[in-house]
Design a protein. Structure first.
Length: 294
């Protein structure tokens, strides 16, 4: 099992070994989704038992069933390289190939080639196509303008994900400048929501994913709790009539979340274990780097 690249990747993040529901990892910084009965989902953001710095734990990350997409120019270099090198399926999406080529030049290292480059190819340059001219790379043209290149790339990769028993994907994406791109990426999470495929949006400062209806436990790295980093629960697409949380500074009790009414943004943590019970899909978003608390 491996990874794909706008940026797909089964993502694994840090923590002290606190959750009894997850396998013990002593040297991984990983975000691992463990699905229990009755759709209860436990997300553990594991911090290495012997690691204090959240960022440094990415150096230890060993992914073995991941898929990544288009790299972010602003993601810390060591993290991006580690994710890419350990991915099982690597897929660049259109203009993301331009970014990845520049990333390779700046890092001045030899990195694994992508297995796929997909998109309608309105953004990838001829120089980039020439650079990634290899019989080991398959170009897949996805011209349909009714869906984004990101959505089409996931759809194209789904048979490969199933064949390799990959159930988690990390998408490298940035959240600056283009609100339409941000909303399109969130729309993709909703369009492709599934019990068997989880998609994580990783940027230089945050990690976001879709919580399906049901109960969730998110184990948060201690340093993010200590620095009171931000987190959010956002009802994009439809109203959530009943949301209950524990472990947040501002908790909800059977509360509705809805645009035009109330959303839970700029929240933070009261403990390292966050419990969410929702009757409708919600976007969970959280800041990642303690030194970047906003």
């Amino acid at each position: 099992m491996r990874c794909a690249t706008l940026s797909i990747l089964h993502f694994q993040i840090t923590a002290k070994l606190a959750a009894k529901f997850l396998r013990q990892y002593s040297d991984l910084f990983c975000a691992k989704l463990h699905v229990k009965l009755y759709r209860e989902k436990y997300i553990q953001l594991l911090m290495c038992a012997n690691g204090e710095n959240l960022l440094s734990n990415f150096d230890r990350c060993k992914l073995n069933d991941t898929c990544l997409w288009s790299p972010s120019e602003l993601l810390p270099t060591d993290i991006a390289k580690n994710i890419w090198q350990n991915a099982k399926i690597r897929c660049l999406v259109d203009g993301g190939a331009n970014c990845w080529k520049e990333f390779i030049h700046k890092s001045n290292e030899s990195l694994n080639l992508p297995e796929y480059i997909t998109g309608d190819f309105d953004s990838i340059t001829q120089e980039t196509r020439k650079y990634f001219n290899s019989p080991d790379i398959k170009y897949q043209h996805t011209p349909d303008q009714n869906e984004t290149d990101f959505t089409k790339a996931v759809r194209f990769l789904q048979p490969q994900l199933e064949a390799n028993d990959i159930h988690k994907v990390i998408v490298f994406q940035e959240t600056t400048g283009r609100l339409d791109h941000i909303m399109a990426n969130i729309n993709t999470l909703h369009k492709l929501q599934s019990d068997i495929l989880s998609i994580y949006l990783l940027s230089s400062s945050s990690l976001s994913w879709l919580l399906l209806p049901g109960k969730h436990i998110i184990i948060v790295p201690k340093e993010l709790v200590d620095c009171q980093h931000w987190c959010a629960l956002i009802p994009v697409g439809s109203k959530a009539d009943k949301v209950t949380t524990r472990g947040l500074k501002w908790n909800l009790t059977q509360s509705p979340l809805e645009f035009g009414f109330m959303v839970s943004t700029s929240n933070t943590y009261a403990s390292k274990e966050v419990y969410v019970d929702t009757d409708s899909s919600l976007i969970w978003s959280m800041g990642l780097w303690a030194e970047d608390k906003l």
